[in-house]
Design a protein around this ligand. Structure first.
Ligand SMILES: O=C(CO)[C@H](O)[C@H](O)COP(=O)(O)O
Length: 213
């Protein structure tokens, strides 16, 4: 299981500093939607330049204009970029086409998709799917581990899980063996981000060791 650090609602300098603190405990680094909206794709470039050996995920959440947006992300150094599952099929297909051209990858965010829609999306098997509980949903209904778990039943491909994940919810989620666990606030808003990331990494390693024992 990879840990993807989600960097949101901070400056690019703060994002770099945050990543430096926790880089030993995270595998992928996500330039969050909020950073891309506030600072543009130069935020992606800055993170890739600072961490050339990390997989940099551009959480651009494309819903249209896929060729333009994915080109921007990949030219800025992203290794992977996100598209919304609710986007028209032509948009998702264009993202996959762009990723193939650049030898990069696509993550399909399953926010607000239903079971039937997820079945249709399964054809895009080069993508990583992301079971995502949104910030707005979290604020109204709290951390919805069951919502993440429900989506998992529909997937067989590589998949990620995101949205309000903390050490507590990891207990259930990690047993579902997602390919990627996306964690933002539980690390970036912790009193000691390095200690929080270390604890999460060690917890995931312990689960994986038990699974292989
Ligand atoms: O995509 C996102 C927000 O739309 C975040 O990357 C995702 O929710 C992870 O952050 P957090 O753990 O703080 O919820």
């Amino acid at each position: 299981m990879k840990i993807q650090l989600a960097l949101d609602r901070m400056t690019v300098e703060e994002a770099i500093e945050m990543t430096r603190q926790v880089e030993d405990y995270v595998d992928w680094v996500e330039v969050g939607t909020s950073l891309i909206k506030e600072f543009g794709t130069s935020s992606i470039r800055a993170l890739k330049e600072a961490f050339p050996n990390k997989i940099i995920v551009a959480d651009i959440k494309t819903i249209d204009n896929a060729k333009y947006e994915f080109q921007l992300c990949f030219e800025a150094g992203a290794d992977l970029a996100t598209v919304m599952g609710v986007a028209p099929p032509v948009t998702i297909e264009t993202c996959l086409h762009m990723a193939a051209q650049y030898d990069k990858r696509v993550m399909v965010d399953l926010l607000n998709t239903n079971e039937e829609h997820i079945q249709q999306l399964r054809q895009y098997d080069a993508a990583i799917f992301c079971a995502h509980v949104s910030k707005d949903q979290q604020e109204i209904a709290g951390k919805q581990t069951s919502a993440h778990a429900g989506i998992r039943k529909s997937l067989s491909a590589e998949w990620a899980v995101a949205g309000g994940i903390s050490l507590d919810s990891l207990d259930i989620l990690a047993k579902l063996s997602p390919t990627v666990v996306i964690i933002g606030s539980a690390i970036t808003k912790a009193a000691n981000p390095k200690a929080a990331a270390k604890q999460i990494k060690e917890y995931i390693l312990s689960i994986e060791e038990r699974a292989h024992a």
